[in-house]
Design a protein around this ligand. Structure first.
Ligand SMILES: [Zn+2]
Length: 82
């Protein structure tokens, strides 16, 4: 909690190195080689992350009682409670 500035800088450097302006325009496939656990929460525009791949979750599409697709990463989860 004491190194917000540090993580902000890392986040900016990461986005810059990926050539993207913000997370909404990032295609998960472009970041397949990036370990999202290395990306600090402060860098993400949402506090929800995919429990599988740690991508920020912008949208959840429910297709059944135990089937929810996360966007943009595309992972499917059985429950949205995490
Ligand atoms: Zn995911």
């Amino acid at each position: 909690m004491s190194s917000n500035r540090e993580s902000d800088r890392r986040a900016e450097e990461l986005l810059e190195s990926l050539g993207v302006e913000d997370w909404a325009s990032v295609d998960p496939r472009d970041l397949a080689g990036v370990d999202m656990r290395d990306v600090p929460d402060e860098a993400l525009p949402t506090d929800r992350r995919c429990p599988r791949c740690f991508w920020p979750v912008f949208q959840i599409t429910t297709t059944g009682p135990h089937s929810h697709a996360l966007r943009p990463c595309g992972c499917r989860v059985a429950s949205v409670d995490w």
